[in-house]
Design a protein around this ligand. Structure first.
Ligand SMILES: Cc1cc2nc3c(=O)[nH]c(=O)nc-3n(C[C@H](O)[C@H](O)[C@H](O)COP(=O)(O)OP(=O)(O)OC[C@H]3O[C@@H](n4cnc5c(N)ncnc54)[C@H](O)[C@@H]3O)c2cc1C
Length: 416
């Protein structure tokens, strides 16, 4: 078991979500002594603790634009058992979160990543103005100080960036962050008796108990489904009182939704809530301002950056904010993600990955999905290992990084 056994690492990854895991695995596989620090007791972040499934979007028009370790990992997961995951497609698989948790841990062990659970990074110690030397981790036994040479912010919320003074945008005080959702797994469903989705929506919408319509995804296990249907908006995903309020409201909505389904929708007569997510689903908090802010035009035009380290093709999907308006449109072609959106002007040994990379709100609403998170994570980890030599994450050789990512199966160029 690769439990933390030192207070000094080459690469320290903050946050064990999909993107942080991929970053840790990639850095360790390149030879860096790597630690991943997670505040809860499992890897996967939103994908496991948030019960967010399916893991999307891997391509367009039937062609993949994301590959790499992430896609191989999910393909292996689907081969373990039909109950572990639905098959991988360009849309994405729906996984069982328990299989996902243990397989993410296995992937970390196989690559010699060390893990610290139940550690909440609460601050950093800087070495001069532009380097982080340590993170301070709040634990039951008190603070632990963990030293690192390169740090990766995979907290989704850009916590490490905020702690070090990297500028960011946070819409909480203005137009509002996107709605939060408490996901749930409902079981006891007789899918043979279920109506087509359009018909279900027609019936449910007349009795809707949240601002969302029917949005459910069959679980790989028979008779169960992930429900993405609760939602509250106008709250901040980094304020404890708002997170509490959102969780309480969404849990009530969950039971109200179940009631409507049980009473009005065929196939749900014996349905029950198997689990509401241990953690509320937060779509948007801080978007850091890195060397380049990926924007809506880049996404819509399918821009190809010279320093691209991944591609994505997920729709622009901005959920309700304070005004209750939502925006959703699919893309005609994929776009690339520049390395400059993962690094900052301020800190020379910090790389950002996953939901909080440097984007505007439209680009964020596409790139925040999990398939791009797998890809940016792998790129962040490989870059971190290279930065052990350059000492500055901004001086990593882009051609070398791209070549290594291609070796690992990443897709940096696509016809779609
Ligand atoms: C309701 C909802 C539905 C969604 N639907 C889809 C969908 O259908 N398909 C899709 O692909 N994507 C979907 N998404 C988006 C996607 O799930 C997330 O954006 C993505 O999982 C973010 O991954 P991440 O690794 O960047 O962050 P996270 O998964 O949030 O992981 C961050 C990790 O860091 C840990 N952490 C945070 N701060 C600290 C700290 N200070 N110290 C220690 N640990 C810390 C957290 O506990 C967490 O484990 C949805 C999101 C939500 C909320």
């Amino acid at each position: 078991m690769n439990v933390i056994n030192s207070s000094s690492y080459d690469v320290v990854v903050a946050g064990g979500g999909i993107s942080g895991c991929m970053a840790a695995v990639a850095a360790a596989r390149e030879g860096a002594k790597t630690l991943i620090i997670e505040r809860f007791g499992a890897l996967g972040g939103m994908s496991t603790l948030g019960l967010v499934q399916p893991i999307t979007t891997w391509g367009l028009k039937g062609e993949y634009v994301i590959g790499g370790t992430g896609r191989r990992f999910l393909t292996r997961l689907a081969e373990i058992s039909p109950y572990a995951s639905t098959p991988v497609t360009t849309y994405g698989p729906t996984c069982d979160t328990e299989y996902l948790k243990i397989e993410l841990e296995r992937l970390c062990f196989e690559n010699d990543v060390h893990i610290l659970y139940y550690g909440w990074i609460r601050d950093v110690i800087k070495d001069g103005n532009d380097r982080i030397s340590k993170v301070i981790v709040l634990t039951k036994e008190g603070d632990l100080e963990i030293e690192g040479k390169v740090f990766i912010d995979g907290t989704g919320d850009g916590d490490i960036c905020a702690m070090t003074g990297v500028p960011y945008e946070d819409l909480a005080g203005t137009v509002g962050q996107q709605g939060m959702t408490l996901m749930m797994v409902v079981s006891g469903i007789d899918f043979e008796k279920c109506l087509p989705v359009d018909k279900m929506k027609e019936i449910y919408d007349k009795h809707a108990v949240s601002c969302r319509t029917v949005c459910i995804f069959p679980h790989p296990r028979k008779g169960s489904a992930y429900f993405n249907m609760t939602e509250v908006y106008g709250m901040s995903g980094i304020k404890a009182a708002d997170l509490t309020n959102a969780t309480l409201q969404c849990r009530r909505q969950a039971w109200d939704i179940l009631k409507v389904f049980k009473e009005l929708l065929p196939g749900f007569e014996n349905a029950y809530i198997e689990q509401t997510a241990p953690v509320i689903g937060v779509r948007e908090t801080r978007r850091i301002k890195g060397l380049y802010i990926l924007n809506r035009e880049d996404v819509l035009s399918g821009r190809n950056f010279e320093d691209r380290i991944a591609r994505a093709s997920c729709p622009v999907d901005i959920h309700s904010q304070n005004d209750g308006q939502a925006v959703y449109y699919t893309l005609k072609k994929s776009y690339s993600i520049p390395y400059r959106s993962l690094v900052t002007r301020e800190i020379s040994n910090l790389i950002v990955t996953g939901r909080c990379i440097s984007t505007d709100q439209s680009a964020h609403s596409s790139v925040r999905r999990m398939a791009p998170g797998f890809a940016t994570g792998e790129a962040a980890g490989v870059a971190a290992s290279m930065a052990l030599r350059t000492k500055d994450v901004r001086e990593v050789s882009i051609p070398d990084l791209q070549n290594r990512l291609r070796d690992l199966g990443a897709i940096l160029d696509a016809d779609v």
